[in-house]
Design a protein around this ligand. Structure first.
Ligand code: AMP
Ligand code: ZN
Length: 499
């Protein structure tokens, strides 16, 4: 089945077709670095990480860009209020952002451009729009003239005439516009702002408008046309609507092909936001003793197009669910070692009265795996995907209870392989390993797979392959030992198999 995603531009589920074969270029609107991001922002960021990871699991190469908005009204106001430079405000917040990013196990993206380092590209874009007659200058500022661009508003499915003001009113700017719907591309510097943010331009000193920043940076890193643009639903209008108008207005080409938007995280039924003051940050929750893996899992546990109400009780439940998955993983790893290494998978159990579990466990796991992939293919339907994993856990546990924890390495591998794919996308089991200070999760996943393959080879009496796998493992600087509890491993040099 093909992967389908909900495109805000068309309001429908569409099959994902990359512009370049096997390569997806994604732009994700990043944080405004005037204050530490809250977990509402991180709901969107973690979902963007889930999207990235799933696309990679489906075999795509991904180039993903997230901007850092380090000049806009909010950063400038913070600098003015606190008597600091823009950098003094934004750089520490950027650092906090990356700390939280790492704590929640988000993969690094390919580029994190700062707006302040791309002002030349922004000026050039305004120039292109001016050359096409889509702008006008007023008191040192440059505006996008919506009335001269009939395609405006395609993303929201509204006629330009139906729209109200397309930008946040900034000071006396409302009075300078030809049309209240117009938005600022380049904002002429006033005396107070000029102390913290001022660049030269053909229209005099000033600074870029917020929407312009994302247009310039996305096209610089991904090209004039790219595949996917993401953000929270609050970005649809005016931010993404204006981005699209600026980019397509300047290039005459289609900008992003698929627009994906995540719904908000709520607290007590209301939007979590700085201005309301009803927000938590990642360090707040860690201080209360919650684990990053539980936060990540809770944020990912609802479909991205539904609102998610955040509660501390939800975090406790998320933690319990992950504990169950870990227990299951441990059970599988130790159970398959109980099978005699020389048994053939086709042989029935030697013990009278105990039925072999082999075929049914492998089959259960494979069915669940298929259900997992088809749920994720269906617009990232995480609830169904998670349900398929827990169905497998329940059914396989029941089967293991019945047969006394015996199964072949091949069956264990079928179940472990679903857990591996689940974790490649959800990134929560590996995060728990990291929380405990376990080995590198990528190495642990590789070892799981190699140990299972070796066990399969041994059960089939293919000792040449089993030995080759052992050598392959040892070449990575890892020693293994077969114990009654299963095969254990450690990097050479670490205290081995103590206790
Ligand atoms: P900002 O730093 O305000 O520019 O927001 C960064 C990202 O977080 C954007 O994609 C927003 O849409 C998203 N966002 C803001 N508030 C929330 C929320 N309560 N829930 C989910 N996403 C949010
Ligand atoms: Zn943006």
């Amino acid at each position: 089945m093909a992967l389908r995603l909900h495109n805000t531009l068309t309001g429908t589920l569409e099959v994902l077709e990359p512009l370049e074969p096997d390569h997806l270029r994604i732009y994700s609107c990043g944080p405004t670095v005037y204050d530490r991001a809250h977990i509402g922002n991180f709901r969107t960021f973690v979902w963007e990480d889930l999207l990235r990871r799933y696309l990679k699991l489906r075999g795509y190469r991904v180039t993903q860009v997230m901007n850092l908005t380090d000049v806009d009204d909010r950063t400038i106001n913070a600098a003015i209020e606190q008597g600091k430079t823009l950098d003094e405000i934004t750089r520490p917040v950027e650092q906090q952002f990356f700390e939280d990013w790492k704590a929640l196990g988000l993969e690094p993206m390919e580029h994190y451009p700062r707006a302040t380092e791309h002002v030349d590209a922004m000026i050039e874009l305004v120039q292109r729009l001016a050359d096409r007659g889509l702008t006008y200058d007023r008191d040192g500022s440059v505006y996008f003239a919506i009335g001269r661009y009939p395609e405006y508003g395609r993303l929201v499915g509204l006629d330009a005439c139906d729209l109200g003001s397309s930008g946040r009113a900034e000071g006396d700017e409302e009075y300078s516009k030809e049309d209240p719907r117009d938005f600022v591309l380049w904002k002429g510097g006033d005396r107070e702002e000029g102390d913290v943010a001022l660049w030269d331009s053909p229209w005099g000193p000033g600074r870029p408008g917020w929407h312009l920043e994302c247009s310039a940076m996305s096209m610089q890193y991904l090209g004039e046309s790219f595949d996917i643009h993401t953000g929270g639903v609050d970005n649809i209008f005016p931010h993404h609507t204006n981005e699209m108008a600026q980019s397509e207005g300047a290039t005459g080409r289609s900008f992003a092909r698929y627009w994906l938007h995540a719904e908000h995280l709520l607290v007590d039924g209301g939007k979590m936001s700085k201005s309301v003051g009803n927000y938590h940050t990642i360090p707040d929750l860690l201080e209360r003793g919650h684990r990053p893996s539980a936060i990540r899992y809770l944020l990912l546990s609802a479909h991205y197009r539904t609102q998610l109400n955040f509660t501390l009780g939800g975090l406790v439940k998320a933690d319990r669910a992950l504990e169950r998955l870990e227990e299951f993983q441990r059970r599988l790893r130790s159970a398959h070692a109980l099978e005699p290494a020389t048994a053939s998978p086709a042989e029935p159990s030697a013990s009278p009265g105990v039925e072999p579990a082999r075929a049914s466990i492998g089959e259960l796991a494979r069915r669940a795996h298929e259900a997992f992939i088809s749920a994720m293919d269906d617009d990232l339907s995480v609830s169904d995907a998670i349900a398929s994993v827990f169905t497998m856990v329940r059914e396989v546990n029941r089967e293991l209870d019945r047969v006394g924890d015996r199964l072949t390495a091949g069956d264990a591998e079928s179940a472990l392989s679903l857990l591996r794919d689940f974790d490649a996308v959800f990134g929560v089991l590996s995060l728990r390993g990291a929380e405990r200070g376990d080995a590198d999760p990528a190495l642990a996943a590789w070892m799981d797979e190699r140990i299972a393959a070796r066990q399969v080879a041994r059960e089939a009496r293919d000792f040449a392959s089993a030995d080759a796998i052992r050598r392959e493992i040892e070449e990575r600087g890892i020693v293994i030992e077969d114990t009654p509890d299963g095969t254990r491993w450690k990097p050479v040099g670490e205290a081995v198999f103590g206790g």
